[in-house]
Ligand binder design. Structure first.
Ligand code: FES
Length: 322
């Protein structure tokens, strides 16, 4: 059986072709997989041609740079928000659903790099905001950063279902956010809002104990419901919201269990809406090199830091393999 064609999140960007092309492992281009023929379905600039023009090298690399910490807002003992100065172009690139960067303490070695979702990006003034929950040595060391921090990016595959979020206009949608996954939800909501969608947002504070994105949603005309999704009442709210057959899109930002919970309700009450969801796989390099984010879909190994997975298949895979 032929392998299904995969969508690479970096294709056509400043970072395509990448290291994988140099290694004959390009996700999209058959010629850069060592084959002798062209067999891609990409409609943009030819990746192979770009590779040849770039003298058979990766076009641009995401270098680590040092960013100034403009502000640090402590939300509670385990949660804080950093405002980081970045070049305007980088802020613009990061103002996209699913965007993230790698952060580490200025004095830590590179293996302390930690992927962090972008909560807010200001491309005019050149800064981004990230919300960080302390839950291990990497995030503890980031918390100790005072003036500067190492940052690498931009990366974009922090969620699956980009095309649904970007393409939805003048429709009704539901956004469900729990815990620290509230942070990347801000850019998702802003994108949907700019496209004139009517949005219901269900917020569960989760382990963070805070509705910490409220200040970023204040100016928007949204229907916001705060609840504990895991409670009987929360489940009822979730079920009723999903059962609205006018919904065109549901975005789930939270754990895989939450994705599955929503997926099951969709199965029962709403077959029409599209599902987009946060990418919860373990991301280590973000470049499709290390394999830590690899999942098996339809017998094919897929690096989920680069590839836009079909959300339903990703959830089914979790059911089968845990
Ligand atoms: S995070 Fe390294 S291959 Fe995906």
């Amino acid at each position: 059986m032929a392998s299904p064609r995969l969508e690479c999140i970096d294709i056509g960007s400043d970072y395509c072709p990448c290291y994988l092309a140099e290694l004959n492992e390009c996700i999209v281009c058959s010629q850069l997989q060592g084959k002798k023929f062209c067999d891609c379905n990409w409609k943009g600039v030819c990746v192979f041609q770009e590779f040849v023009w770039a003298k058979r090298k990766a076009k641009a690399k995401r270098d680590t740079m040092v960013s100034n910490i403009i502000d640090k807002q402590k939300i509670n003992e385990n949660l804080f928000i950093l405002t980081l100065s970045v070049p305007n172009k980088m802020a613009r690139d990061l103002n996209e659903p699913g965007s993230y960067v790698f952060l580490r303490n200025e004095f830590s070695p590179s293996f302390f790099d930690t992927p962090m979702s972008i909560m807010y990006a200001d491309e005019i003034n050149g800064f981004v905001k990230v919300a960080i929950q302390i839950n291990g040595p990497k995030t503890s060391l980031i918390d100790l950063s005072e003036k500067r921090i190492c940052i690498r990016g931009p990366y974009w595959n922090g969620l699956f279902g980009h095309k649904y979020i970007k393409g939805l206009k003048n429709s009704k949608c539901l956004v469900v956010l729990r815990g620290i996954a509230q942070a990347p939800g801000v850019i998702v909501i802003n994108k949907l809002y700019r496209n004139n969608n009517k949005i219901t947002v269900i917020i569960d504070k989760g382990k963070t104990g805070q509705f910490f994105i409220s200040q970023y949603l204040d100016q928007l005309n949204l229907n916001i419901i705060t609840t504990d999704i895991l409670s009987a009442e929360g489940q009822e709210i979730l079920k009723n919201a999903i059962a609205d057959n006018d919904l065109k899109l549901i975005y789930s930002g939270g754990s895989d269990e939450q994705h599955l919970n929503i997926f099951n309700y969709m199965d029962l009450y709403n077959n029409e809406a599209y599902l987009a969801a946060s990418n919860n796989n373990t991301i280590c390099c973000g470049e499709g090199i290390c394999g830590s984010c690899e999942v098996q879909i339809d017998g094919q190994k897929v690096r989920s830091c680069k590839v836009q997975l079909d959300v339903e298949k990703a959830i089914e895979r979790r059911i089968l393999y845990g």
